[in-house]
Ligand binder design. Structure first.
Ligand code: SF4
Ligand code: SF4
Length: 646
């Protein structure tokens, strides 16, 4: 490998001392990282950044030059508007497909449970299963959990087919929102149908009306938010348990020098659930001790980590940009990967250490990894087989190369909607009262990834701090949650960092001012909470003092999430710029025009302090429209830009 530490050194890459320590090792030992590869890609393609390159057909590839003297049209005649719209729609479909296919895997597992063919999974939340059955019109009376699981699974499989006119879970949205979707032809019908239709429409010579393409892209994103992702979240709760507030720890300090360390990376909780069970098997614990370890230590990465943190309190080693650095501790016996956000680079990094990488889903294989095909019917058996491999690898560890650089930071997680409402006494009214009284000005969901183009975690943590100190409740998911956890913002004591109103509410309830709602598919918990608040007040979601933000997003899944959040009526600020700036028509539509259609727009602002001002102004405008006490939005000063893209 030939590393090039880009920029002015590794402290520019991350705000975290655990990342700095590992980057120093990478530099010393010549191990390449994501930042080196980003540097080697410079300058990245300007056409692709603007979204005006197209390689949909083999008359191309084409590039159009909307602001210069170059070609204005591709070979087929597509202009910048068409090309940008098609590219954006395809990105949304890829993200929606990823989430929804994850949902399908969980749904198939529910079906296996219903057929009595699993040796490890069961219905863990019968009440939630029965509530879902009611929503799907399945008669639950007199049926066992197993019978009901099978029947509900059959019914939900229709969500992926073409017989539906409307996805049933979308009826959780307020009536006014559903009418907006009806009027605009964006009410999601079937998960697979909307995704396939994007691919059809964006084939050369099909849909060439850029507004029409984008409206269907919205429908596709909604089939993710109110369909595939929501199925993933709801059924994960049914099978693996409803998250409840739980205390744990975060950062590379959660790895243990005296234990067999297994890192769980990816998104799907099916396998990680059985790994948790297998790691407690007395025979395997005894084997670990026999090999000289104190025990078996599990740690999470990315959203598989979030899933087991939310439900089991398993500590979190880090977020997206920590996946290579985690291996460089020299303390990881095994990294188990399922799918999504796993860089192919991890197997290269692992070659520099004793770490084994095991891939587990047949749809996600990695050169350099050992593949053990996961079969939910034989879950526990496979889980034990994998944990045994980790234990056997412990003796290959090189103690002199073990470097766990920091102490772990405590954090709380487990705030499902049910847990939040439970803490409020079973109704959103206390939260509404605090908002009406102005103690809490509003609420913001900060979600999404790390992106090496932005200093790791800076966007998430600075935005969060600015919002909570101005009495805005923050809910987080995905890698944003891990960032705020590392920064110490997710413990009850962080109420001291909040403004007086939010701080006093948090202290009264014993909760942090930043609530962990889960993984990326769990952004649907934000939708459900927003819908519950809106329904409680008899207004549309777009009337509420809410906003979303994805300060460091990188993934197509985040494009889908941002789109369904805006189409659900929530103003959303992106930190990294989407590739749309080659079409000023589309920029205008997404940042202004959507307001009249969906009651919400996108904004793009990489500087978190400026993003906080945009959001605060938006929240105060919404408060004023609801007749609540409001600060004049223009009196909230816009700071000078300090952070720009790397
Ligand atoms: S679809 Fe049109 S713009 Fe795209 S590659 Fe083919 S000819 Fe070029
Ligand atoms: S937040 Fe982004 S990087 Fe992190 S796990 Fe989710 S999609 Fe992947």
């Amino acid at each position: 490998m030939s590393p090039v530490i880009h920029g002015n050194g590794y402290k520019k890459n991350s705000i975290n001392s655990d990342a700095w320590a590992m980057l120093e090792i990478a530099h010393r030992e010549g191990i390449e990282t994501v930042w080196d590869r980003l540097a080697k890609q410079q300058p990245q393609c300007g056409y692709c950044n603007l979204g005006t390159s197209c390689r949909i057909c083999s008359m191309g590839p084409c590039r159009v030059d909307p602001f210069g003297d170059g070609p204005q049209k591709g070979v087929c005649g597509a202009d910048a508007d068409i090309i940008v719209a098609r590219n954006l729609a395809r990105a949304i479909a890829a993200g929606a497909s990823a989430h929804s296919d994850h949902g399908r895997d969980i749904l198939e597992t529910l079906h296996i449970v219903g057929e009595g063919k699993s040796n490890v999974y069961k219905v863990s939340e019968p009440e939630k299963l029965r509530a879902l059955a009611v929503e799907y019109g399945v008669d639950a009376d007199g049926k066992s959990d197993q019978e009901l699981a099978k029947e509900l699974a059959w019914e939900m499989m229709e969500d992926y087919g073409m017989r539906r006119k409307k996805l049933p879970l979308a009826s959780r949205a307020p009536q006014m929102r559903q009418e907006t979707w009806e009027k605009t032809g964006t009410y999601p019908r079937g998960v697979d149908r909307e995704n396939v239709e994007v691919l059809h429409r964006t084939h050369m010579g099909v849909d060439n009306d850029w507004v029409n393409i984008l409206l269907h892209a919205v429908r596709t994103a909604l089939s993710d938010g109110w369909g595939g992702s929501m199925i993933a979240t709801e059924l994960s709760d049914v099978l693996f348990g409803l998250p409840k507030p739980v205390s744990s720890h975060v950062n590379l300090g959660v790895l243990r020098s005296d234990s067999v360390n297994i890192v769980l990376h990816g998104h799907n909780p099916m396998l990680s659930e059985v790994i948790v069970a297998a790691s407690q098997d007395p025979e395997l614990v005894a084997l670990a001790k026999e090999k000289g370890a104190q025990g078996i230590n599990l740690a999470g990465l990315c959203c598989t980590g979030n899933e087991v943190l939310m439900r089991k309190g398993i500590p979190m080693a880090g977020n997206h940009l920590m996946q290579e650095l985690c291996i460089m501790t020299g303390a990881v016996e095994l990294m188990i990967v399922d799918y999504q956000c796993i860089m192919p680079a991890v197997t290269e990094t692992a070659k520099c250490y004793h770490t084994k990488v095991i891939s587990t889903f047949d749809k996600a294989k990695f050169p350099g990894a050992e593949h053990i095909s996961f079969d939910p019917g034989r879950g526990l058996e496979i889980g034990k087989q994998i944990v045994r491999k980790a234990i056997e690898n412990f003796s290959n560890r090189v103690p002199e190369r073990v470097h766990i650089p920091v102490e772990p930071v405590p954090m709380m997680a487990g705030f499902s909607v049910e847990a939040i409402l439970g803490a409020l006494g079973g109704t959103p009214q206390p939260l509404v009262d605090a908002i009406v009284a102005g103690q809490i000005r509003g609420a913001v969901g900060i979600v999404g990834c790390n992106n090496p183009k932005i200093k790791q975690d800076l966007g998430h943590t600075e935005l969060t701090k600015r919002l909570i100190e101005n009495d805005i409740l923050v809910v987080v998911t995905g890698c944003a949650a891990v960032a705020d956890g590392k920064a110490g913002l997710m413990v009850p004591e962080a109420a001291d960092l909040a403004g007086p109103g939010l701080g006093s509410v948090c202290k009264a309830l014993g909760i942090p001012p930043v609530l962990h709602l889960g993984s990326c598919v769990d952004n649907t918990r934000i939708l459900v909470l927003a819908a519950a608040l809106a329904n409680h007040l008899g207004v549309d979601i777009s009337a509420l003092p809410l906003a979303g933000a994805a300060p460091e997003w990188y993934s197509e899944k985040a494009v889908s999430i941002g789109t369904y959040v805006v189409a659900s009526g929530i103003y959303t600020v992106l930190g990294t710029a989407p590739p749309i700036f080659g079409s000023l028509n589309i920029v205008k539509l997404l940042t202004e025009g959507l307001e009249d259609v969906f009651g919400a727009t996108f904004a793009v602002e990489p500087d978190p302090n400026r993003a906080a001002t945009l959001i605060r102004r938006h929240i105060e405008r919404k408060r004023a429209s609801l007749g609540l006490s409001a600060i004049d939005p223009e009196s909230i000063a816009m700071p000078e830009a300090e952070l720009t893209f790397v």
